[in-house]
Design a binder for this molecule. Structure first.
Ligand SMILES: [Cu+2]
Length: 122
């Protein structure tokens, strides 16, 4: 009887310690999995202009526009198709990741005088 109790105790310890090791290993793996895939640059939409209006980024960078005005704005590519935020109300944001190099000019559809440009390097 004593031997059985001892066996059960040892078996339980083995199972518990294995579970512990597995969960610790899992916890260590997490930060790498969560690491950001793309670097991000922010452009503020403020006072009826893009700030900064011209930025230079590396290919693969994500650009995030945040509308700080109480008026709605858009960030729309001049070519009309590569990116378009649609109407951004106060505090709303829009992101686009630039995957090809070149000069990307854009504007606000509601206020065509608002212009910006993103230079994407290889
Ligand atoms: Cu606008």
């Amino acid at each position: 009887m004593r031997r059985i109790i001892l066996l059960i105790t040892v078996a339980t310890l083995v199972v518990v310690s294995t579970l512990f090791v597995v969960s610790v290993a899992g916890a260590h793996k997490h930060p790498t999995a969560k690491a950001q895939k793309h670097p991000t640059k922010t452009v503020l939409i403020q006072g009826f202009s893009f700030k900064p209006a011209h930025i230079t980024i590396k290919r693969g960078t994500r650009v995030r526009w945040i509308n700080r005005d109480s008026t709605a704005h858009t960030a729309t590519a001049n070519n009309g198709r590569s990116f378009d935020s649609g109407r951004l109300g106060k505090g709303q944001r829009y992101s686009h990741t630039f995957k090809s190099a070149g000069k990307k000019s854009y504007h606000c559809e509601i206020h065509p005088d608002m212009k910006g440009r993103i230079t994407v390097r290889r």
